[in-house]
Design a protein. Structure first.
Ligand SMILES: Cc1cc2nc3c(=O)[nH]c(=O)nc-3n(C[C@H](O)[C@H](O)[C@H](O)COP(=O)(O)O)c2cc1C
Length: 321
């Protein structure tokens, strides 16, 4: 059973959080167009000594969605989600949890570690917690620690993808878990959203296609590269962040490395060695999932969501009659 907060969407889609790329403009556009929009809390970075930017972002999102809902009572905005990186390297976690709790963030997405306290904070302010996992073992741990729902990150996903086929992953999780289950990885069409549901997922979790939108916080060359590339241009490597991830081969080439020979490459020569420099892995070596062959233009997020919605309806009609 889906909780009410996830069941009233225009199409069963949650836009995934993307480091650097997802900010308030994109989230607001996604929610207004009827799908859950999300961003990583870490994207809201203030200068030293300034008040937390996360506070300002959450205020702005709530106010703009409120205004939209008052003007469009028949088409209210979908709820939004904030992603917390629950990893010991995230020195801001406690502070960000306090801010999200204070703003009563409705959907909390946790990645790179499951922690009871984060789920409790989400529940305490009336929210739900979804945890992303790459296999069944992590899925069980996440639910034991109090996650309400799971995001199955399958092979082909942008960012830190998993190695498993979506068919295998969803089947194994669905054998024991009947809560909200999202599928992530190379979903870029309405037909693929329906396929995720046919497999046993409740919702699709879509990232890379939203990089090629006018509201995405991505360089114009990055957006263009998404439009011009396909599955064959995606390279899987743990070289840049220490965790296996999917990247656009042309961006690796542009940074002076050979995407076909990353084994012998020396990222420290590119100043990717330190923690602070990890951000460079995302700002210069660009992440993407394998589904981008379906992305042919840079458009407003609402246009992309309209298309997904039409394709979803057409696929349903073609299969279900
Ligand atoms: C550029 C980029 C940055 C990402 N950053 C994050 C992040 O900060 N936190 C997170 O939980 N997932 C992150 N992801 C993974 C997405 O949340 C999601 O799993 C993925 O985009 C789904 O696959 P798709 O891109 O093929 O749709 C990122 C993905 C991309 C493409």
């Amino acid at each position: 059973m889906l909780p009410p907060i996830l069941s009233a969407l225009r199409i069963p889609v949650v836009a995934s959080p993307m480091f650097i790329v997802s900010g308030p403009e994109l989230v607001i556009a996604q929610c207004k167009a009827g799908i859950v929009g999300s961003f990583p809390a870490l994207n809201a970075r203030e200068q030293d000594g300034e008040p937390p930017l996360l506070d300002a972002w959450l205020t702005r999102i709530a106010e703009e969605l409120d205004r939209h809902n008052q003007a469009n009572p028949d088409h209210p905005a979908a709820p939004f989600a904030v992603n917390q990186i629950v990893h010991r390297s995230n020195a801001r976690l406690e502070r960000d949890i306090e801010i999200c709790h204070r703003h009563r963030v409705p959907i909390w997405i946790t990645s790179l570690g499951a922690r009871v306290e984060v789920n409790q904070a989400a529940h305490d302010c009336g929210g739900i917690a979804l945890h992303d996992v790459i296999n069944n073992v992590f899925a069980r741990k996440a639910v034991e620690k109090g996650a309400d729902g799971l995001i199955a990150v399958a092979a082909g996903a942008g960012g830190h993808a998993g190695p498993l086929s979506p068919f295998a992953l969803i089947q194994e999780i669905r054998e024991w878990f009947d809560g909200p289950l999202l599928l992530s990885g190379a979903i870029a069409t309405g037909g693929a959203v329906l396929a995720a549901q046919a497999m046993g997922a409740d919702l699709a979790y879509i990232g890379s296609p939203f990089i090629a939108t006018t509201e995405a916080n991505a360089q114009p060359d990055y957006k263009r590269m998404i439009v011009e590339s396909g599955a064959m241009d995606i390279v899987t490597s743990s070289l840049f962040t220490g965790v296996s991830g999917n990247y656009l081969a042309p961006s690796i080439r542009a940074a002076g490395m050979d995407p076909d020979n990353l084994e012998g490459a020396d990222p420290s020569a590119m100043n990717f060695g330190s923690n602070a420099a990890k951000a460079k892995a995302w700002s210069q070596i660009w992440g993407s999932g394998q589904g981008i062959g379906a992305v042919r233009d840079i458009v407003p997020a609402a246009t992309r969501i309209d298309r997904l919605s039409r394709e979803y309806a057409a696929a349903k009609a073609a299969i279900c009659g």
